[in-house]
Design a protein around this ligand. Structure first.
Ligand SMILES: Cc1cc2nc3c(=O)[nH]c(=O)nc-3n(C[C@H](O)[C@H](O)[C@H](O)COP(=O)(O)OP(=O)(O)OC[C@H]3O[C@@H](n4cnc5c(N)ncnc54)[C@H](O)[C@@H]3O)c2cc1C
Ligand SMILES: NC(=O)c1ccc[n+]([C@@H]2O[C@H](COP(=O)([O-])OP(=O)(O)OC[C@H]3O[C@@H](n4cnc5c(N)ncnc54)[C@H](OP(=O)(O)O)[C@@H]3O)[C@@H](O)[C@H]2O)c1
Length: 537
């Protein structure tokens, strides 16, 4: 298997010292961290660390984790979990771990799907609940598979961890503080969406980013929801938990969204009879009343009224509040000391209560100008402008998928890159959902944006999506591809990205005079050559 090249680490350990190269690397990294030399060390991401670690596993274990040529047929975010597991059935444990992930390679867990799986297998990562898009289903499956880990002869956990040398602010495990500056609504009256342009001051955080990177944000729960949970618990909000209070923990320590299995387990200890049976069933992933999918923490407490869990045990039973990622929608070159995001506020009603997406409404409503927030830069793995500034680019970004492309365009403007730029943007209604309309039309008029192709899904009875527009201009699209264009897609992983790829294959077949099989191969080569890059969620 191939091992990721090691990042440069200054040498503290002489070559003559009695260490293996791996031990020397580990110790050098450790000392670099201890002596505060992180600035001079290329950050080693969890992904790189996991790859390196996997490379250290010997023989059988490495073979089991590698399996790079099985094609990972389950690696499709649109495929249901049961189908993914079926495809991985009989494969070595790390591959089944991988199939349990949401397959978005979104980086929210700090890895990509394969590396998170390998890190679990290597025992260098013990947290099973990091796959945010996979949610409880992924967690439960991992928990089950994890039981096999002890009995697997191939699993040879190594006793030392490679140091995760990350500068402060460059990983979810080592975030930093930035200051919230402002928000402005991007939709006009009449929109069904609530999309915010967010500006954050990173000057004092000394963060550096490239276009294509994401910002990880640690949110805080809604104060009214925290109050409601405290009331349902019948506990004092200032109940001490370690050096914090119950309210502190509920505000930024734990997730109040889907009620975790552990909470139902706790509830089962505190109830009897029919209620205990139901709590146990919910804990086991069953759905006795048909409402399991709607049970956030508050709804779970309300379903079992009158229980009085010890506040500390209650907090222990909840999941940690996880950071969320947002594509950065600015270029540092044109916005020194600033980072911009484009955030769609998630709100939906269940029964008569409005549920809030924790991070999107934190950014869209709750945080105030001047407030500090915990953030980190998630470096993009393979989502970047082409190295050659003359290379044409085609960007496909409906909805908030436009975010990184605003950054790309700012970067190309700031660097006076001569390459042509074509943006496909789509949203619900032209009158109110044309995000960044002024900027984009100005860039179009200035010529920086060579083409701007728009798709409105709710302007007429007919759904017009970006992929429909791509097909309409397929001949030109193919001509750009023949000129070496790089293609980018950003936004919804489940449906849009798949449909866009299908349209690309059709265009290559029709206008590139290729058979369907040849067109699929051509698109595969675009991907392999990093000429087709996706940032989907
Ligand atoms: C690499 C990457 C880049 C991203 N970039 C952006 C970006 O630029 N802009 C952006 O807005 N987002 C972006 N996201 C998504 C973002 O990270 C969050 O997932 C999103 O903001 C929702 O988070 P939240 O905390 O607000 O919602 P959560 O509290 O996580 O709630 C969302 C969950 O609520 C549930 N839900 C949502 N709607 C409904 C409904 N109608 N009915 C029932 N249940 C529902 C679903 O289970 C959903 O997973 C990106 C994600 C990744 C991985
Ligand atoms: N989990 C999901 O199913 C899902 C999907 C998308 C977005 N989201 C969430 O919604 C928020 C972001 O929304 P957003 O502002 O980016 O907009 P969006 O909801 O992704 O919609 C943007 C545009 O894409 C259209 N669209 C829908 N299906 C499509 C498809 N298969 N191919 C191409 N275009 C398609 C939409 O049309 P119509 O709406 O008119 O059909 C709309 O015009 C985020 O919080 C994200 O996590 C969730």
């Amino acid at each position: 298997m191939s091992v990721t090249p090691r990042p440069p680490i200054p040498s503290f350990i002489p070559e003559s010292a009695p260490f293996t190269p791996e031990q020397r690397l580990w110790l050098n990294g450790l000392f670099a961290g201890l002596f505060g030399l992180e600035e001079s060390v290329t950050p080693l991401s969890n992904i790189e660390a996991a790859k390196w670690l996997t490379g250290l596993l010997d023989g059988e274990a490495a073979a089991a984790t590698a399996e790079a040529d099985d094609g990972a047929p389950w690696h499709d975010p649109a495929m249901p979990l049961a189908e993914r597991l079926k495809l991985a059935d009989g494969k070595p444990l790390p591959r089944r771990f991988m199939a349990a992930m949401a397959q978005q390679d979104c980086g929210q867990c700090g890895y990509n799907c394969k590396d998170y799986a390998d890190a679990l297998f290597a025992n260098s990562e013990k947290r099973l609940n990091l796959c945010v898009p996979g949610g409880k289903d992924t967690y439960r499956t991992l928990k089950q598979l994890y039981q096999e880990l002890d009995g697997t002869p191939a699993a040879k956990p190594i006793s030392v961890m490679p140091p995760l040398i990350t500068r402060r602010g460059y990983s979810r495990d080592n975030p930093t503080y930035a200051a919230f500056l402002s928000r402005r609504r991007l939709n006009k009256a009449g929109s069904q969406k609530e999309t915010w342009h967010i500006d954050i001051d990173i000057e004092n955080a000394e963060l550096d980013y490239s276009v294509g990177d994401c910002l990880g944000v640690f949110p805080r729960n809604d104060a009214a929801l925290v109050d409601a949970v405290v009331t349902a618990l019948h506990a004092p909000p200032d109940f001490p938990i370690a050096d914090r209070t119950l309210r502190d923990e509920l505000t930024d320590g734990v997730s109040l969204s889907p009620a975790p299995d552990m909470l139902f387990q706790l509830i089962s200890y505190l109830t009897g009879g029919e209620r205990r049976r139901k709590a146990k069933q919910l804990c086991a992933g069953e759905d006795p009343d048909g409402d399991a999918a709607t049970l956030d923490v508050l709804a779970a407490l309300n379903k079992f009224p009158g229980i009085r869990p010890d506040p500390e045990a209650f907090i222990e039973a909840l999941d940690a509040l996880q950071p969320r990622l947002y594509s950065i929608s600015s270029s540092l070159r044109s916005n020194p000391g600033r980072v911009a995001l484009t955030v769609d506020a998630v709100r939906y009603a269940i029964d008569d209560r409005i549920r809030l997406g924790v991070c999107s409404t934190f950014l869209g409503t709750r945080i105030a100008p001047g407030d500090k927030l915990r953030v980190y830069i998630q470096k993009a793995q393979h989502f970047a402008l082409p190295e050659n500034p003359c290379t044409p680019i085609i960007m496909i970004g409906p909805g908030t998928g436009v975010a990184p492309f605003r950054a790309f365009l700012q970067e190309r403007l700031a660097t006076e890159a001569p390459g042509r730029n074509w943006l496909f943007f789509g949203h619900q209604r032209s009158a109110c959902d044309f995000l960044y309309q002024d900027e984009l039309t100005a860039l179009r008029s200035s010529g920086l944006l060579t083409r701007l192709t728009l798709a409105w899904s709710r302007d007429s009875d007919e759904k017009i999506y970006v992929q429909h527009r791509m097909r309409e201009v397929g001949r030109d699209f193919m001509s750009w591809l023949n000129d070496g264009a790089h293609v980018y897609v950003c936004g919804d992983a489940k449906r849009m990205a798949k449909d866009v790829e299908a349209a690309l294959v059709d265009i290559v077949a029709q206008y590139g005079s290729r058979s369907p099989a040849e067109a699929i191969k051509f698109v595969g080569e675009l991907k392999a050559n990093r000429r087709y890059q996706a940032d989907v969620y």
